[in-house]
Design a protein around this ligand. Structure first.
Ligand code: SF4
Length: 503
């Protein structure tokens, strides 16, 4: 349907790319419209494609696995059009793996004319995929291999121009760390499920998208509908999150029981009380920020970018992303670190190495608790004294993980693998479900997370619960937080809703 402007009210292009990295062959696939109608996009189409194309028993880091990149059905449109989904068989859990991301890459990929890219095989040397609208080719990435995700994004922008949008991996993806994700827009990560390791296993450093089109499905009718509905939808949240980002809930969550404390062994009011956790409140973090940031066309614009650090111990550069809540809690509340500079720098390092902030922060907590219990000693840590609240040691350990150096090599695949390697009872400090580190919301405060963490196809998912309360059609959960037995219908409704969002 068109409005006379020539624009077509359709949220998809009708074509996808198959890239065989072993042979270098690139083929175009034109899925039937029924595929979009049945599975929408993103997570939905990704699940279908993965199911059809990855053989049973495939090694997640082997050539048979598929790395799929799928913008959502609405991506590229003015309606929350920035999210994109990565799917694969996960090395972290051994099952379905997905990670969702904002930034600018999803919209640009869709506008360049493609509804998805499916990578198979393994390239004999490091490469990147260049998509310039209909022109698609593999390029040598040998010179980029070994560089951080933000650094190599800058290098690729110098090569292909500022309008190029880039999804890439840092050193952690290259070295197949299960904690690695895929980065875009100088530090927004599709972080979970070890998707960066799958990209690294294929010797694929980056995808560069250049699009001439500006937007799809933007007719007068659509724009009006979006303006009326979307503004109303986000109004209650926008002021707070636009000003403070999700960082704004960190100090409050340390006190109300939302955040886990001291590797899930502490209590906020005792171990990280307001006089301590208040030093990483949103207003304090904002004193280090220079300007606000939003992912592509996002009406919420919950991000911010920093000034350059003047602290030589924590030298984050200008335009470092403000850490999200999950980063603040996993490095801050979990490790009792309340130095804002250390936390912004930890977040920056994760973005540059391409590490999942949840996995990396939880893994540092695991190491501290092992050290406290005498399971790890200074001999294991190359002389590093690990302690609760020790920001400098936390940063050094994070660098060791990002570079797989010393103990960092043992820790780089997350707490489950680390505990298996270390032994000596360390598994009791390994906070994971199905191999994936547990995120920063304690189910004792919000019982829905019990089900979500344990039962979702992506275990330890933190993005499901929020939607539940705000959408009336989902059967309500019991109000008694200790009633775990009667949440099936509620969980099913919430899952269906969230799977729709992810598509
Ligand atoms: S700006 Fe914030 S709310 Fe908008 S897509 Fe990015 S992370 Fe999500």
């Amino acid at each position: 349907m068109a409005d006379g402007s020539g624009a077509v009210e359709k949220g998809f292009n009708g074509k996808m790319l198959n890239v065989n990295l072993t042979t270098g062959e690139i083929t175009v696939e034109n899925p039937p419209e029924s595929l979009y109608r049945q599975y929408l996009g993103g997570y939905g189409i990704g699940a279908r494609m993965l199911w059809d194309r990855v053989p049973r028993g495939a090694d997640p880091l082997g050539p048979e696995n598929m790395l799929g990149i799928f913008p959502g059905l609405l991506t590229g449109t003015p309606l929350f059009g920035q999210r994109w989904q990565v799917v694969c068989k996960s090395p972290t859990t051994g099952g379905w793996g997905d990670a969702n991301c904002g930034g600018d890459f999803g919209g640009q990929l869709k506008l360049s004319g493609w509804d998805g890219i499916m990578f198979f095989g393994r390239s004999p040397k490091p490469v990147y995929l260049l998509i310039d609208n209909d022109r698609v080719e593999l390029r040598d990435a040998t010179d980029l291999w070994g560089t951080g995700a933000i650094t190599s994004e800058e290098q690729l922008k110098e090569r292909h121009g500022k309008r190029a949008s880039i999804a890439n991996i840092g050193q952690s993806g290259e070295t197949l760390s299960y904690l690695s994700g895929i980065c875009n827009d100088h530090g927004r990560l599709a972080a979970r499920s070890g998707v960066g390791a799958v990209m690294g296993s294929k010797n694929l450093k980056a995808i560069v998208a250049l699009a001439d089109r500006k937007i799809i499905a933007q007719t007068g009718e659509v724009t009006k509908m979006v303006r009326t509905n979307l503004d109303e939808f986000i109004k209650p949240l926008r002021d707070f999150f636009h000003t403070f980002g999700t960082t704004g809930i960190t100090s409050m969550s340390a006190i109300n029981g939302d955040s886990p404390v001291k590797n899930w062994g502490g209590v906020g009011v005792v171990d990280f009380p307001p006089e301590t956790s208040g030093q990483i409140a949103g207003a304090v973090i904002n004193t280090r920020m220079e300007k606000s940031y939003g992912c592509w066309h996002c009406p919420m614009a919950c991000g911010a970018e920093s000034v350059e650090s003047d602290n030589p111990k924590y030298p984050y550069p200008k335009h470092t992303h403000r850490p999200e809540y999950e980063a603040m809690a996993s490095f801050g509340t979990m490790n009792l670190v309340n130095n804002p500079e250390a936390l912004i720098y930890a977040n920056h390092l994760c973005n540059e190495y391409g590490l999942d902030v949840i996995g990396a922060g939880v893994t540092v907590s695991f190491a501290i608790e092992c050290f406290e219990a005498g399971i790890l000693t200074k001999e294991d840590t190359d002389g590093l004294e690990l302690s609760w609240g020790g920001g400098d040691a936390m940063i050094e350990l994070l660098k060791m993980i990002g570079e797989r150096r010393g103990l960092g090599d043992t820790l780089a695949d997350g707490v489950k693998v680390a505990a298996e390697k270390i032994g000596r009872g360390s598994e009791r400090f390994a906070m994971h479900i199905g191999g994936q580190e547990i995120p920063m919301h304690d189910p004792k405060l919000q019982p829905e997370y019990h089900n979500t963490y344990k039962l979702d196809p992506t275990p330890a998912r933190h993005t499901l619960y929020e939607a539940n309360k705000r959408f009336g059609k989902i059967p309500p959960a019991p109000t008694n937080n200790r009633d775990y037995a009667n949440r099936g219908e509620h969980h099913k409704g919430a899952l269906e809703y969230m799977h729709m969002v992810n598509a």
